[in-house]
Design a protein around this ligand. Structure first.
Ligand SMILES: [Zn+2]
Length: 148
């Protein structure tokens, strides 16, 4: 059989192959369309899940069965309240550099931000890490607001 090389990874693959066996890159218009379709469906699924997902390490599996636990829900609600509260306070003092640090902390503790960290890192930051970022931002922000 004739061989060709994958345009993405340059692996040697069957000329008739629709996808690269090494990197999975589509090799025909048809295969590309099929992949697009699959990616879009997966994205829609993720969006549908994110309404109820809690972003924790085992959240996806648990959500599918019973939904997030009460503690998890409480934590999420607390994060939203504290995060938005901090952002609102920061916005009223936005002229001060301290407000920007507060703003950062307030945004960092919002649950969707934690979920975003899962993308480049494989698994989301632990809640403790986000709470730590928030705590440090709060201290620094308040200190700056008080000093300047
Ligand atoms: Zn390839």
């Amino acid at each position: 059989m004739r061989m060709k090389s994958c345009p993405r990874c340059e692996a040697s693959i069957d000329d008739a192959a629709r996808f690269c066996v090494e990197c999975g890159a589509p090799q025909t218009e048809d295969a590309a369309a099929e992949l697009d379709d699959r990616v879009r469906r997966r994205a829609e699924q993720v969006v549908a899940e994110s309404g109820t997902g809690d972003g924790s390490e085992d959240g996806a599996a648990r959500t599918a069965e019973t939904g997030p636990s009460d503690r998890e829900r409480l934590w999420r609600r607390g994060c939203y309240v504290v995060g938005y509260g901090t952002v609102v306070v920061a916005l009223t003092r936005i002229a001060s550099p301290g407000a920007w640090v507060l703003l950062l902390g307030g945004v960092a503790i919002l649950p969707p931000v934690r979920r975003l960290t899962a993308r480049p890192l494989g698994s989301p930051f632990k809640r403790e890490v986000m709470a730590g970022i928030y705590g440090v931002s709060l201290l620094v922000g308040v200190a700056l607001l008080a000093l300047l």
